[in-house]
Design a protein around this ligand. Structure first.
Ligand code: GDP
Ligand code: MN
Length: 387
């Protein structure tokens, strides 16, 4: 789950990372009230989950209430790269001497945490990586060892952070790492991390992505789900209470059980296709759930075929079959379905589907998971023969 900048800053503050005082507003009047409280000059910042807000006109300095009114009025409702600005963050403006970059992520391949640190912040880090890769220090951290202040200092030295900012940067790195680990982040990024003329080091922006798997440890995350930005498919899936994750491929997937859903993704890959989603309908394969699942998947225009992979256990084959037949009566799908039905009462299920007389261009049945995957991928790839 991705946080907005203002939520990220509030998250940072819990770990003692210095951020500017401010408040979030949905109206111009609220923005002025926050500006008065934070003290002028202030910076008015569009809250959208996309980078480059400054260039898009979504970040403005204001010296008095009139300027806050003007900027807040312009920024609220603005479109930034397809995101409509519904909220703005107003904070006391900082004087900037230098801009740095710092982030922690998980390096899955190395099975270690990764610190990235650069003295060239304030621009997208991908840009720095391209133009001057040596300007980014990458340091793996073993979670068992953690990150101490000495290692953090050395990283700052290696990144050519100037002497007078070293202590401040190292201190924030240690705190940001604690935020990343204890706060269960997938990403904790500060860009820019600034050096003020006073010598203080300070987080001017916050990009935080939380690891949803750790939500059970964080009842306080509940508030973020109210403002969570989901794509259209994910929004629909959430409303319908489905275990759905959107992906980029062309084969829609419905399976019962998370394990089977994962293997279905693998098999689709193995035969040369790519999954459009992960969707586990669990034990509830009735018509309601099936119709909801089919609707969500079919909303995605990239989907060219839908692979329904059911291994009946507690979920019985004839129930799944009824669910699909009824579901198909309710929703008119663009993409054809390929179904593999096995396990408890699979025979009865297949008979129900046969008796329903659904035309073959809408639904076909395949005896095995591999056959069904091949057929779904063949359709998705425009009838070319897969692997
Ligand atoms: P992003 O471009 O969407 O990542 O937005 P940022 O929050 O990183 O801000 C972009 C740029 O706006 C920063 O790199 C700064 O140059 C400038 N900026 C943001 N806040 C302030 C501030 O308080 N004072 C000054 N002088 N500039 C700021
Ligand atoms: Mn930024």
């Amino acid at each position: 789950m991705d946080l907005f900048e203002y939520q990220g800053k509030q998250y940072f503050a819990r770990y003692d990372i210095p951020v500017s005082p401010g408040g979030v507003a949905v109206t111009v009047d609220e923005a002025v009230a926050h500006a008065e409280a934070a003290g002028y000059p202030v910076v008015v910042k569009a809250q959208v989950q996309v980078g480059g807000r400054g260039k898009a006109g979504g970040i403005k300095l204001a010296n008095d209430a009139d300027e806050v009114r003007t900027h807040a009025g312009n920024i609220l409702g603005m479109d930034i790269k397809g995101h409509t600005v519904e909220r703005i963050w107003v904070e006391n403006a900082s004087d900037i001497e230098e801009e740095y970059y710092a982030s922690f992520t998980l390096d899955r391949a190395a099975k270690l945490h990764l610190l990235m640190l650069s003295a060239e912040g304030g621009v997208e880090i991908e840009e720095v990586a391209e133009r001057n890769p040596d300007a980014i220090v990458k340091l793996h951290i073993n979670p068992v060892d953690g990150l101490g202040v000495d290692v953090a200092r050395q990283a700052a030295v290696d990144a050519n952070i100037p002497e007078r900012a070293i202590d401040g940067v190292a201190d924030i790195l240690v705190k940001l790492y604690r935020c990343f680990v204890d706060g269960d982040c997938d990403l904790a990024e500060i860009n820019p991390l600034i050096l003020k003329p006073t010598g203080e080091v300070h987080a001017l922006d916050a990009k935080v992505s939380l690891d949803n798997n750790a939500a059970f440890r964080h009842p306080e995350w509940e508030e973020y789900s109210k403002t969570e930005v989901l794509d259209e498919r994910e929004q629909l899936a959430k409303e319908k209470d489905l275990q759905y994750i959107g992906l980029d491929g062309t084969v829609g997937i419905i399976a019962n059980g998370a394990g089977l859903a994962m293997s279905t993704l693998d098999v689709v890959n193995q035969v040369g296709g790519s999954a459009a989603n992960f969707l586990d309908i669990g034990g509830g394969a009735n018509a309601d759930v099936m119709a909801a699942a089919l609707t969500v998947i079919d909303t995605d225009e990239k989907v060219k075929s839908i692979f329904v992979n059911i291994f009946g256990g507690i979920t019985r084959g004839e129930e799944v079959a009824k669910g699909i037949v009824e579901g198909l009566q309710r929703v008119d799908l663009r993409a054809p379905i390929v179904i593999r039905l096995d396990g408890t009462n699979a025979e009865e299920g297949r008979q129900i589907i046969l008796d329903a007389g659904i035309p073959a261009e809408k639904l076909t049945s395949q005896p095995t998971m591999l056959d069904a995957a091949r057929e779904a991928v063949r359709i998705a790839n425009g009838n070319e023969v897969g692997a």
